[in-house]
Design a protein around this ligand. Structure first.
Ligand code: AHR
Length: 512
């Protein structure tokens, strides 16, 4: 049995829970759009072709904002192909994912879907093959009320009201040599500045995200952010981060501690952005948009890997690409990544779990068949629906373990929020110990606890191992259950986390 003592004080907070921290990502990639969120002819499809079963899972997931339409896809995309009468939209080659794009689904469809899913749109413009003019035209088409060529075209295309898109990405992963239209930091920094300037001239109320590095292992990581922000500081509001993690070579101890890498990544980008702020004598701060993050088994051999798809040669509509099945271990890791994002909520204001459906996603579907929740659905939905009010700054004092990649790591990883309005503290706890349970005590200062309102745990199901997943036949195999034995002992809450587990505990509290 390992031990951890957690202390929180009502007056020590990180800041308000950022609403956009619980975002996701819909890319025209694989089966995320086609046969994911959109499948006309499916028994559950509504009048636009949106799958009702998927919409209902997306609402349950608690997603606040969805990035669209890519990803690598956006760097070769003409947004005009996706508007106007569907029968006249062109079929095109999507070079990024070696697929055929029919354009049956485009901006209007996405805006309709987003309205039904109750999510904000985060729209990416193409700065790979296109530039300033296409970017500002898209803002005019989407956001200008009417009386101009492009806004009237939108009205004729069926949307009299503007879409009112506030959040815009200036391209995608432009530092990556694989990106269509890949650029140097200076080239991208200049282009992002000019595109962003022109976009804000059309609609000054929009918020912009500049591309940071594709991952922290890029050789240009750090200098890329510095150069881009030196050019674009006055125009942009956020800089992006992307990170995908996987268990490598059976090193599960390091995999379970990958949130340490996320912590380090975030803190490095904050430091870089603030150094540019100081050197440039700027007042405003640039915030962070962690707009792609997840577990992704990039090394798992399989027919659905991007390399295998392009090697097959043929061009197909919505092929299966990277439809990873997520295990209990992955769910615990995703929980700790969410903890990291929440703990950094003072600077990470936007985060997007990549992606939403089928492609490395919390929701899987079968064409013509069911939709179900993957293991990673649970930590995301629990935190998105329960983290409210202020993020509490926690002091965690507990047993640690050794990892190959990240040195020593806490066995118990935690984050918590305090919602003064509703009198509720929500705690999000992971036990990284594979064999040992963890005895946890939580002391709250400045708050009296009236009762334990909720206690749930996700762990290895009986008779299974840490690789257990959900599938169409067993959609509820991995899911949270009641966490028994949580007790209140004066100002302290005591509980035991089973080995390899993720738990959510909610307390009804009043100010003391
Ligand atoms: O999410 C899958 C892909 O990963 C995205 O298209 C790209 O931006 C990233 O490399």
């Amino acid at each position: 049995m390992s031990r951890a003592t957690i202390t929180a004080d009502r007056d020590f907070t990180v800041g308000p829970v950022p609403h956009r921290l619980f975002g996701s990502f819909v890319e025209h990639m694989g089966r995320c759009v086609y046969s994911g969120i959109y499948e006309p002819g499916h028994p559950q499809a509504e009048e636009h072709g949106f799958r009702r079963d998927v919409l209902s899972l997306v609402r349950e997931l608690g997603v606040s904002v969805v990035r669209y339409p890519g990803g690598n896809f956006v760097s070769g995309y003409r947004w005009e192909d996706g508007v106007g009468p569907v029968s006249q939209r062109p079929r095109r080659i999507d070079g990024a994912w070696h697929s055929i794009e029919t354009n049956a689904f485009g901006l209007h469809e996405f805006a309709d879907w987003a309205r039904q899913a109750d999510v904000e749109i985060m729209e990416a413009v193409n700065l790979g093959t296109r530039g300033v003019d296409a970017a500002r035209s898209l803002v005019e088409y989407a956001n200008h009320p009417g009386g101009t060529c492009l806004s009237d075209l939108r009205r004729r295309n069926g949307s009299p009201d503007p879409f009112g898109i506030k959040l815009w990405c200036l391209g995608n992963e432009m530092d990556g040599p694989w990106q269509i239209g890949h650029k140097s930091a200076d080239e991208y920094g200049r282009l992002a500045t000019e595109a962003g300037k022109a976009m804000k001239l059309v609609d000054p109320s929009i918020e912009l995200v500049a591309c940071g590095s594709s991952n922290s292992g890029m050789p240009t990581f750090g200098t890329w952010e510095q150069t881009v922000l030196r050019h674009a500081y006055d125009v942009v509001d956020n800089i992006s981060l992307h990170a995908y993690y996987e268990e490598q070579d059976g090193d599960v101890a390091s995999f379970l501690a990958t949130a340490l890498d996320m912590d380090h990544f975030i803190e490095s980008v904050v430091a870089t952005a603030d150094a540019v702020r100081a050197a440039g004598k700027h007042d405003k701060r640039i915030n962070l948009s962690f707009d792609e993050w997840n577990v992704w088994y990039t090394r798992r051999p399989g027919e659905d890997q991007p390399d295998a798809i392009s090697e097959r040669g043929g061009w197909h509509e919505h092929p299966r690409i990277i439809e990873d099945a997520y295990s209990v271990t992955d769910a615990v890791v995703v929980g700790t990544l969410l903890n990291s994002l929440l703990r950094h909520g003072d600077r990470v204001r936007i985060a997007n779990l990549a992606q939403l459906v089928n492609v490395i996603a919390p929701i899987l579907t079968e064409e013509g068949g069911p939709a179900w929740r993957q293991s990673i659905f649970w930590p995301f939905s629990q935190m998105a629906n329960r983290a409210k009010g202020q993020v509490l700054r926690l002091a965690v004092d507990g047993d640690r373990y050794r990892t190959e990649k990240f040195g020593d790591a806490d066995l118990v990883d935690a984050s918590a929020t305090w919602d003064d309005e509703n009198g509720c503290v929500s705690m999000f706890l992971a036990n990284r110990g594979l064999e040992e349970s963890a005895e946890v005590s939580v002391a709250l200062r400045g708050l009296d606890t009236a009762r334990i309102a909720r206690a749930e745990v996700l762990t290895v199901p009986a008779g299974a191992d840490r690789f257990a997943t959900n599938d169409a036949g067993r959609p509820d195999r991995v899911r949270p259950a009641a966490l028994d034995g949580v007790v209140l002992d004066g100002a302290t809450t005591r509980l035991t986390l089973p080995p390899l587990s993720w738990a959510v505990v909610e307390l009804d509290v009043t100010r003391s």
